[in-house]
Write a protein that binds this ligand. Structure first.
Ligand SMILES: NC(=O)c1ccc[n+]([C@@H]2O[C@H](COP(=O)([O-])OP(=O)(O)OC[C@H]3O[C@@H](n4cnc5c(N)ncnc54)[C@H](O)[C@@H]3O)[C@@H](O)[C@H]2O)c1
Length: 439
């Protein structure tokens, strides 16, 4: 059993801390956000993540998992300090490292025993060395026995517990292979491939992975746009491509584009790093550009279908950036709503989990209690997030409630022929529908 302190109790820190406790370690999760910690102590989850509440409860009851805002208490006697704080986009897309700096400074100020500092936050290449420098500088005259290990996180919101417990791989980067091996020991019960590299390579693996996945989505969206013009069906194209093992089926779903707390900021940060180092990230720029356009195309389709958006009532189904999460950070829906509002549209919206977060971010929106309220009096509906709840919706009821029967299916969840048979004017992404009402 090892003693871990996890700094930052968000999507990554809370899942990491809880899962390591579940694997038998003594874990203290630390955060500067007092309300978040107070809620966790009272069993209230700060985020929606399937299965999280159960596993947090089990491990707090067993005494292996505790929560605090007290840095001294959390770091006392810790063998490992995991940094899992946010690294949002700063100016020009550069990663903002202020929270990482602050976590490193706390470690420097409060730790006296040997410790391994594990960086789980997604950070620019070279940050591991920078964290080492921060700690060494602050401890000048009273050196601290520590090593920094980069351990990027690959979990996906919505399946985070499963992703942590059954990872495709664990990547560890350090100049000290013994320190990397000690971190590898923590993951040993998971019996997954562990790759030990130098620290900069580990940091780059994370960015390159996210940028590649975003590229795959932008690629299929570009193909989808071509399909729309050329009369092909992008879903079939994806399927036909995906059977090829070199390509694979995942991340080839055309739609209104990628978003979330990771892809947008990580692709931007990688492009920014590239420019700083004198290389030309043309591909990444195109990936970002295609994604931006994809959101605008939805608005374009609606404007055309409705002959203008002023005073039109548009219903939005789904606000989170993907299903099974309440996270709306950089969700494509937010931009689509802003664009529609700029043209005078009236928005009514519903999301199964993201309503509270949405209310803080989006004003002038009528928040509905269910999809049917969204449809009531709507001139058009946009399906923006592919929650299961929407796949089984009563479409007849939706049809009857709508003012004009126009649907833009931004995630291709419904069958075009079914929608047309029901009488909808149906648009999707790249399946050749173009608002046709006849087969
Ligand atoms: N969310 C994901 O799906 C995901 C997946 C892989 C990697 N990542 C990366 O992991 C990192 C964390 O992401 P997240 O989504 O969990 O962020 P988050 O915003 O959900 O959580 C960050 C937490 O850190 C806390 N914090 C900030 N400064 C602190 C400090 N000095 N001491 C203690 N707590 C502090 C904040 O209060 C917040 O609760 C980011 O670098 C992100 O890119 C995220």
């Amino acid at each position: 059993m090892s003693k871990l302190c996890v700094i930052g109790t968000g999507y990554v820190g809370l899942v990491t801390g809880t899962c390591f406790a579940d694997l038998g370690n003594d874990v203290t999760c630390l955060d500067v956000n007092e309300t978040r910690i107070e809620n966790l102590i009272n069993g209230i989850m700060p985020i929606y993540e399937p299965g999280l509440e159960e596993i947090v409860t089990q491990n707090t009851e067993s005494g292996r998992l505790t929560f605090t805002t007290n840095f001294e208490e959390a770091l006392k006697g810790a063998d490992f300090a995991f940094i899992a704080v946010g690294t949002p986009s700063g100016d020009d897309g550069e990663a903002d490292l202020q929270y990482v700096r602050s976590a490193a400074e706390s470690i420097a100020d409060l730790v006296n025993d040997p410790i391994i500092v594990v960086n789980k936050s997604t950070v620019p290449v070279g940050t591991g060395d920078w964290v080492t420098e921060i700690i060494n500088k602050r401890r000048a005259g009273k050196p601290l026995d520590f090593t920094v290990v980069s351990n990027p996180e690959f979990l996906r919101e919505g399946s985070a517990i499963n992703d942590f417990m059954f990872p495709d791989r664990v990547v560890l980067g350090s100049i000290n292979s013994d320190a990397a091996k000690s971190v590898a020991e923590l993951y040993a019960p998971l019996r997954c491939p562990v790759m030990i590299t130098d620290i900069r390579t580990a940091e780059m693996i994370k960015y390159a992975s996210n940028a590649f996945l975003a590229t795959k989505i932008s690629f299929i969206n570009e193909i989808a746009n071509m399909c729309e013009e050329m009369g092909a069906n992008v879903s079939e194209v994806s399927r036909g491509m995906g059977y090829d093992h070199r390509i694979g089926t995942q991340f080839l779903d055309a739609g209104i584009g990628w978003g979330g707390s990771c892809f947008p900021k990580d692709v931007k940060a990688l492009a920014h790093m590239a420019v700083l180092h004198g290389t030309h990230p043309q591909l990444l720029q195109a990936v970002i550009e295609i994604n931006r356009n994809q959101r605008r195309r939805v608005v374009l389709k609606l404007r055309k279908a409705l002959g203008g958006l002023d005073d039109k009532v548009i219903g939005i189904l789904g606000i989170s950036f993907k299903p099974n999460t309440d996270d709306i950070r950089d969700s494509p829906t937010l931009e689509v709503i802003h664009l529609l509002q700029n043209e005078g549209a009236i928005i009514q919206a519903y999301d199964p989990q993201a309503m509270e977060n949405a209310k803080k971010e989006l004003k002038r929106v009528k928040y509905c209690e269910n999809p049917y309220q969204v449809a009531e009096g709507a001139d058009a509906l946009i399906l923006a997030t592919s929650w299961n709840e929407f796949k089984q919706i009563d479409l007849k009821k939706i049809y009857d409630l709508m003012n004009q029967k126009i649907i833009v299916d931004g995630r291709n969840i419904w069958k075009p022929e079914v929608m047309r048979d029901m009488g909808f004017t149906y648009y999707d992404v790249g399946r050749g529908t173009n608002g046709d009402t006849e087969k």
